[in-house]
Write a new protein. Structure first.
Lengths: 217, 217, 217, 217
DNA sequence: TTGTAATCGAGACGGTACGTCCGGTCTTTGT
DNA sequence: ACAAAGACCGGACGTACCGTCTCGATTACAA
C-alpha cells in the first residue's frame, strides 16, 4: 500500500491542511482538535489527510517543521558562555510564548505514540542538539570549557531545566533561569571561600508549602 | 452540587477502580485506555467513576498517589553529594522502568488539561521538590555547597536532565547520567588547568548525524 | 415475597406518590415521566414506590382509579336512547379533555405490558362495560331495542368509535359523533324509501385527500 | 440542516435497518427493543439510524409502510355489505394475528409522540379510510345504503369495534364480530316486531363478573 | 415505657441504553 | 484520474434512569 503517487499530489491541499492544523492546534491544543475539523477548515476531504499522513500528530509535526527551521543555527561570537546565553534565552522565550502549545502537544503525543516520538526526535530535537554540541565542542577546543565532561550530558543539563518548567508547568521558563543555569554550570557548586554570599530574592521562585492552592491550574 | 455524600462511598468500588485504572494504563497507556474499560474491569458502573472523578486522568492520579508516597523521603548521611546520588539514582531507575508509563501519561495529559497539570504538580512534583530543597538547604548550611545559587533552579538543573530523557525519549535515564550531572554541577565547566583531561568513551551517548533514522521507535 | 405489612404503610406517602404521578403524567405523559421524578416530587424514596407498586403504570392506574369511580353509574330515565346519549356524551367530553392524557398513556402501556392490560381491563373497562350492559339489557327487556343482537358487540359498536378517535387521533370525539352513532345504530343503514335524505354539512369531518398534510400532529 | 444528502444514501443499510427493526419488534415489541439492537442486528452504525430517522418508531413506521400497501384496496362485487364483510374480515384476521404487534406498538407510541401520531394517520389510517369511504359512497349512490348518514362516522362505527378489541385487549377481533357489526349497522337496533328473537350463545363473549381472573394476562 | 421491627427518605450502587461525536474506511460525484 | 465530499461502521463519550441495596431516623406495635 504505502503512499500514493507523490507527483500528482495537490500542493494547494497540502498547504491548506498544514495551515489549518497549526491554527487549530494553537486554538485548542493537539488533543482537543480533530481530523474532521482540519479537513473542514482546509476545505479538504478527510481521506486526503489520511492518504498522506498517519495521524493528526504527523500533520502537526510537518507543519511545525516548516516554521522553526530558522531557529536551529547557533551564534558564534567567540565567547561560548555569551553564545549559550543568547541561544538559551531565545529558547526560554519561545517556551514561554503562547504560540508554543503545538510543540508541547507534540511532546505529549510522543508519550503514547512511538512514531510521534521518533519523528519528534528526528526533526525537532536532534538537529538542535547537534548544533548545540558543535558549538560546545568548538568552545571546548578553544579551551573555554573543560574537556573531561560528556557533551551530550552537558546539553541535557543546559536545556533539561527549560523543558522541566515547560512540561511540568511549575513556572514559565525565563531569562533569569537561563542566567542561573549558566552560573551554576560554569562555576560549579563546590564552595569557594573567596566568593560573596549573595542572597538576592527570586521572583521566579514558587513557595511550595505556603498557600499552595494559589498556584493551581 | 459537587461531590455526593462521601460517607456512603463504597471503598470496595474505589479500590477496584484505582487498581483497574493502573493496570490498564500499564497495559496500553493513558491515552489508549477508556473509562468504559476501567468500569468493566473493576466491575463497576461508569457513573460510579464519573461520580467521584472528573476524568480518567484524575483516577490515574489518585491511583499513582497511593503507590509512590514512600519514595519522597531523602536520605541524610551527612555527605550531600552522596545523598543526591542515592536519591537521583533511585529516580533514574524508576524513570527507566516499564512500570513508569502511567507517570509519563499523566505528564502528557497535563499538557492539554490544566486541572491535571495542577493535580500533578500538587501531588507528585511539589512534595518531592520540597524534600530535595530541604536536603539542599541543609547541605548549604553545612557549607557543602555554595550559598549564592537559587535552590529551586538547582533542583531543576539536577532533575531536569532526567525528565529530558524521560519525556523526549532520546535515551533512557541512567546511573551514569546521574554521576555526570553531579560531576558537572559540583565542579563547574570552567577550565581548571590542574585537572586531568579524561576522555573515556560513553555507552549512553547516541551518535547524532550518523544513521540517524535507525534509532526510531 | 409479595407486599410488606400493609398495616404499617404510610398513607401520607401513598397519597403524595399518587398525586405526583398523576400530575407528572398530565405534564409530560406516562412514557416521558420517570419513577425518580415521582419519588422526588412526592418527597419519597424510590424504594417506597417499588415496595408497593410494580411499575409507574401501576401507580398511575391506582391514581386514576380513585378519580373516576363516579362516572361509572348509568342514568335511568326510562328512555334508553336518551340515557345512552347522556352517558356517551359524558364519555366523549371526557375523551376530548386535555386531562385525559393519563388514560391514553395507560392504554398505550397496555400494548406492551400484559399486566397493565389486565389491570386496565379489570379496573377501568369492565366495570363500565358491565354498567352499560345492564342498562342495555334493561332496555331490551322493556322492548326498546331488538333482542336478537349480542349485547357485548353492541357495547363495542357504541363505544368503539369513541376510542377510535381517541387513540388514532384523527379528530376529537364529539357530541355530534355521539348523535350520529346513535342515529345509525338505532335506524340501521338499510335504505328506507319513506325517510328524508338529509345532507347537512359536518364540521367534524376531515377531508382526506385534499391538502392532507395540513392536519398533521 | 435536516437530512443529509439523500442521493449518497446506502440502500443496503436502509433495507437492513428496516428488516432488523421489524424483526425485533415482532420478537419483543416496540417498547422493549432498542436502537442499539437494531444497529447491531443490521450491521450498521447507530449514527446511520439517527441520521435518517428521528426515533425507533419512525423506523418501524417506514418498515411497516412497505409491507402493507397491498391491503388498501377494497373489493367491488356490487354487493356493498358482502364487500364490507370481505374487507373487514381481512382486517379482523390481521388484527388477531401475532404478526400484528408492530402495529399496536406504533399506535401506543402515537399516544405520547405527536409526530408518530401524524405519521401513523397519514401513512396507515387515512389511505385505508379513504378507500373505505369511496366504496361506501359508491354503495350509497347505488342505493344500497341510506344517504342521510355521515360517511366518516360510519367508517368509525364499522372499524371502531375492531380497534376497541385490538387495543383494549378484551378479546381478539373475530369474524363473528364482523358479522354482528354488519347485522346491527344494517338492520338498526329499533325493534321490528316481525323478526325472530334469536338467542344463540356467543363464544366470543367474556363473562364479566364471574371468575374474572381467568382472562388476565 | 420501652424495646423491637418494619417502613421511611435518601441516595450510592451495577447496569442498560440513550443520543452525540469522532476515527478511519469506502463510495459516490464532480471536474 | 483524481480528489472533494461525505456516508458508512464501529465504538467511546458523558447522562439519565433503571431496579436493588444499604444506611440511619422515624414510627407503630408488642411486651
Amino acid at each position: 500500500m504505502s503512499t500514493p503517487n507523490e507527483q500528482r499530489r495537490s500542493e494547494r491541499s497540502r498547504r491548506a491542511i498544514l495551515d489549518a492544523a497549526l491554527e487549530l492546534c494553537r486554538e485548542r491544543g493537539l488533543a482537543k482538535m480533530t481530523v474532521e475539523e482540519i479537513a473542514k477548515r482546509a476545505g479538504v476531504g478527510k481521506q486526503t489527510i489520511y492518504r498522506w499522513w498517519g495521524s493528526k500528530a504527523a500533520v502537526l509535526q510537518e507543519a511545525l517543521n516548516e516554521r522553526v527551521n530558522s531557529t536551529i543555527d547557533f551564534p558564534y561570537t567567540g565567547d561560548l558562555r555569551a553564545d549559550l546565553h543568547t541561544q538559551m534565552s531565545r529558547v526560554a522565550e519561545a517556551f514561554g510564548s503562547e504560540e508554543f502549545a503545538p510543540y508541547t502537544g507534540l511532546i505529549a503525543a510522543a508519550q503514547e505514540d512511538p512514531e510521534v516520538a521518533a519523528s519528534l526526535r528526528e526533526h525537532m530535537i536532534e538537529p538542535r542538539v547537534r548544533a548545540c554540541e558543535e558549538r560546545l565542542r568548538r568552545g571546548q577546543e578553544e579551551g573555554q570549557i573543560r574537556k573531561d565532561f560528556d557533551i551530550d550530558t552537558l546539553v541535557e543539563i543546559l536545556y533539561g531545566p527549560l523543558y522541566y518548567r515547560l512540561l511540568l508547568h511549575t513556572r514559565p521558563p525565563s531569562l533569569k533561569q537561563v542566567s542561573e543555569i549558566l552560573d551554576i554550570a560554569f562555576s560549579g557548586l563546590s564552595p569557594d571561600p573567596g566568593r560573596p554570599e549573595a542572597g538576592k530574592p527570586d521572583p521566579d521562585k514558587p513557595e511550595y508549602g505556603r498557600a499552595g492552592g494559589a498556584d493551581g491550574a
